[in-house]
Design a binder for this molecule. Structure first.
Ligand SMILES: *Cc1c(COP(=O)(O)O)cnc(C)c1O
Length: 431
């Protein structure tokens, strides 16, 4: 590491696949200044080794316990990312018919797919039943009835878990906290028994599991165990009614390190969960996890080039070519992303707000960072592998960035940059 202290922090535990060599930030063996010059910016860069390492940390923690990891693919649904996880044996947590299509497109195994989401439509249910997904995570009695009808009409049986809302506070950002009573997600724990009775009585359904997902970017492990205890109580009650549960799905949500967070490890989570299962005599249950962010977040960067430096009275602005349409998290959640110069400069540092060209004051990517930069410098926004490209839009008629996957000292463009022609495709004027 030979970058000045301001543009880089000590090597972070979560980012070992992005590192400085000869004064240039690399992804694995690829120099990112050359990559930016060749492919242009803004550019999402993923490390294949980082994806494998993130899944490996779950694998190592699981050992020979019965756990299925279903990648919460809404965090990053690029086909190359999905293919890598499918190849490594992961399943997928999908939230739409479009996501199912992507899993099938990379040859993912439908029998390792769980289908989540509050608003599944009949066509999406049909497609998932046809594909043979492992389980539907159902979020309301109305959805149970619809799914029953769809499956029955097809002469098929849909396996279901009910997504229970355990009313625990995940202590994360309100927009990504999902396990509280006031959230739209799941079935309130008090009503769960009734909903299970309904599920057991409807044709075309087979009750197989209990599910919850309490939020995202959890940096404290205790909300998982609070939720788990409530779900285990429910499973015991169900057993008394003759409703047998074979798997427990604890959702996703493990946090990652954006700045100085120390999120719980998969091992801490799994050890705690299995200890509690054993204590309740439920050690036979299979476990499903749906990690999204923790499998991809620190496996990606967003490269952007400084267009202009603007020294206004109250602030200095570094105006870059990426914007809120490319990476929404700062604008939407006031999220922090680490920022590094790809070729750090020695010399005069100033405090900058790093902002994009979009016509919104909310269009910023990083605030109050001490930087030594000039026009034309390439910067890297860290931890951009999750909820980055998938949330990109065409706001301000901006084409969405390209995505590239680095593998050792090779790289592959895994999504072309959108062209101006792409932007108006499908539109027309009146005759
Ligand atoms: C978003 C989501 C996930 C993934 O969450 P992460 O915080 O990215 O791990 C998993 N399950 C469901 C139901 C989700 O909505």
């Amino acid at each position: 590491m030979n970058a000045p202290a301001s543009t880089t922090r000590p090597e972070l535990a979560g980012h070992p696949h992005f590192h400085y060599r000869d004064g240039v930030l690399h992804a694995e063996g690829v120099a990112l200044d050359k990559l930016a010059a060749e492919l242009g910016t803004p550019l999402y860069v993923y490390s294949r080794a980082a994806l494998a390492a993130a899944l490996g940390s779950y694998r190592d923690a699981i050992g020979d316990r019965p756990v299925l990891v279903c990648f919460g693919m809404k965090a990053n649904s690029n086909l190359a990312v999905l293919k890598e996880f499918a190849r490594l044996g992961a399943g997928f947590d999908i939230v739409s018919g479009g996501e199912l299509q992507r899993v099938l497109a990379v040859g993912g195994d439908p029998s390792r797919v769980v289908f989540s989401g509050v608003g599944k439509q009949a066509w999406e249910m049909r497609a998932a039943i046809e594909a043979g997904v492992m389980c539907f995570n159902v979020e309301s009695q109305a959805e149970l009835r619809r799914l029953s009808q769809v499956a029955h009409e097809m002469g098929q049986t849909a396996r279901v878990s009910l997504r229970v809302n355990p009313d625990v506070d995940a202590q994360t950002h309100p927009y990504i906290s999902t396990g509280l009573k006031e959230n739209k997600f799941g079935i309130a724990i008090e009503s769960a028994l009734d909903a299970y009775r309904l599920a057991a009585s409807l044709p075309g359904l087979e009750v197989v599991g209990v599910d919850c997902h309490i939020g995202s970017q959890l940096t404290d492990i205790s909300p998982y165990f609070d939720a788990l205890e409530k779900l285990l109580d429910l499973i015991s009650q169900l057993a008394e009614e003759g409703i047998t549960i074979s798997h427990l799905d604890l959702g996703g949500g493990l946090g990652i390190r954006y700045t100085d967070e120390i999120p719980p490890s998969p091992k801490a989570l799994l050890d705690g969960v299995f200890a509690r299962l054993q204590a309740r005599g439920l050690g036979h249950l299979h476990l499903v996890l749906e990690p999204g962010r923790s499998l991809v977040g620190n496996a990606g960067l967003l490269l952007t080039t400084v267009q202009y430096l603007k020294h206004a009275e109250a602030r200095n602005f570094a105006i870059v070519d990426a914007a809120m349409n490319d990476l929404l998290r700062p604008s939407l959640y006031e999220a922090y992303h680490g920022l590094r110069a790809v070729r750090p400069r020695q010399g005069d540092e100033q405090e900058y707000d790093v902002v994009g060209p979009v016509c919104e004051s909310g269009d910023w990517l990083a605030r109050q960072r001490r930087l030594s930069v000039q026009e034309g410098d390439v910067l890297a926004l860290e931890s951009a592998g999750a909820y980055g490209m998938v949330m990109a839009s065409n706001y301000n008629s901006r084409g969405r960035p390209a995505e590239v996957m680095v593998d050792g000292d090779k790289y592959y463009v895994v999504r072309q940059r959108e062209t101006l022609a792409d932007l108006i495709r499908g539109e027309s004027t009146l005759p």
